[in-house]
Design a protein around this ligand. Sequence first.
Ligand code: NCD
Length: 336
Amino acid sequence: MSSFTGNHILSVSQFDRDAIELVFSVAQSMEPYARRQKRTTVLEGAILGNLFFEPSTRTRVSFGTAFNLLGGEVRETTGMANSALAKGESLYDTARVLSGYSDIIAMRHPAAGSVAEFAEGSRVPVLNGGDGANEHPTQALLDLFTIKRELQFNNKTIDGLHIAMIGDLRYGRTVHSLSKLLCLFKNVRFTLISPKELAMPDYILEAIENAGHSLKVTDQLEGNMDADICYQTRIQEERFPSQDEANKYRGKFRLNQSIYTRHFQSKTVIMHPLPRDSRTEANELDNDLNLNPNLAIFRQTDNGVLVRMALFALTLGVENLVSQYEKPVIWYSNKS
Ligand code: NCD
């Protein structure tokens, strides 16, 4: 049993480098199952409660897919209006009840701190799928896993990385969690590009500085930045006081092939937690980048399944049993 077994995953603050390495090595070992070269029934009979009280496509579905790929079943609750929270039930009561129906829970909720509050009432491990503008630990782990893999192609490591983060750094929980995780590494250079009003919160800037990393904060894309990773984000319109307020910032930092060529290296990896806002007024990651081999956004989403499989296996203590419960794949599959 690892230190993960039976525990919640609420924040990236719970991780050290050893824990990250363990997640990554288990994630790596999940590849044949995710690629349908073989399957496993190690979690047969287990139930995931997938509770998404805020819009989600890839996080919700990849949590479910990851659990299914390990042989488990998924019960889903989506939307606040469809749950008893809309009748005034507390997070604690909802947690007491739903944890009686499941072996593990993944949860997303619009309020910062809500998933931790829910976890206090839960009798089973809870994985944070995003709590307001606060944290998104599983996304940060899959982002870091992707960064590690992408850098390996260029013979680089996370230590010494130069990352440019662009867009809504104030409300974007993925950049908060990823920055905190990067504080565990050495000599990282951060270039943070956002409108002043949407700058990275001070407590993250302090963590970056306390980790001894180099930090540049700016409100413009300037010159050629020499970044290894360009991490673009969406204006988190749902967290703004009004749509008019959000509209002020939409489209401020577009990225297309010609802007990329001007400001980045030919090998700079382009990441985005997705969804990218492809409406004309935003268009933050233009379709003309789709054929750029450095666009890693769909490798990120594939890696999300591996990392979430690893987190389920570790939390439920079956990470060493996965191959014992192996079966062949008998249907047509072209994933490998
Ligand atoms: C992100 C989120 O929900 O925080 N999406 C995701 O989980 N992949 C980012 C976003 O919605 O912009």
